[in-house]
Design a protein around this ligand. Structure first.
Ligand code: HEM
Length: 158
């Protein structure tokens, strides 16, 4: 299988991150931040919809559980893309602004995953939710810069 070129991979990652951020905002807007009350599983299972007893007992609507679950699941896929983009950047022949931007996004990924888990385990503590949003913005900026940022032309010897 042919490998996706770095810039194209970064563009796919940016699109996925954008979608993930929208789902996160939607999750918050419908009050579903704790619709999966545990982490990393949701009601002790990876797919709560497969367990009718779980869905019957949750105080949240199916839409709320789905929003939080989709956010987490999409985060897993997007996280892999962010990591792959950082690895692709590291493997390039030289590191310039777009590559460093991708590496920065990759470095922030574990921080964001921990913050995501803490939003749940700390019951949506305002500082943690704010840090989660701030880190999301930085990651998004990084992968966008990786996709479209200009490389600095090397100085011609005078
Ligand atoms: C790259 C990974 C992730 C990104 C970019 C991301 C991004 C976002 C964004 C932009 C929001 C909306 C914040 C707001 O409107 O203030 C959000 C909400 C949320 N995220 Fe994530 N997220 C990621 C991973 C995770 C993970 C792994 C979890 C684990 C549980 C998680 C849990 C949540 C929760 C519970 C909310 C709702 C917070 C609330 O109701 O106040 N996120 N996320």
């Amino acid at each position: 299988m042919r490998r996706l070129p770095f810039r194209r991979l970064a563009a796919v990652t940016a699109a996925s991150t954008f979608l993930l951020m929208l789902v996160g905002a939607y999750t918050k807007a419908i009050g579903a931040g704790l619709a999966c009350p545990d982490w990393p599983t949701c009601y002790g299972t990876w797919v709560p919809f497969l367990h009718p007893a779980v869905m019957a007992e949750t105080p949240y609507s199916t839409l709320q559980v789905a929003a939080e679950w989709v956010h987490r699941t999409l985060a897993a896929g997007t996280g892999l893309l962010i990591a792959a983009t950082a690895v692709a950047a590291w493997r390039r022949e030289s590191l310039d602004r777009p590559e460093w931007a991708a590496l920065g996004a990759g470095a922030l990924l574990p921080v964001q995953v921990v913050l995501g888990g803490l939003t749940v385990t700390e019951s949506l503590a305002p500082l943690i939710v704010t840090a989660h949003l701030g880190t999301a913005i930085l990651i998004f900026a990084g992968v966008v810069a990786a996709a479209v940022g200009r490389r600095v032309p090397s100085q011609a010897a005078s």
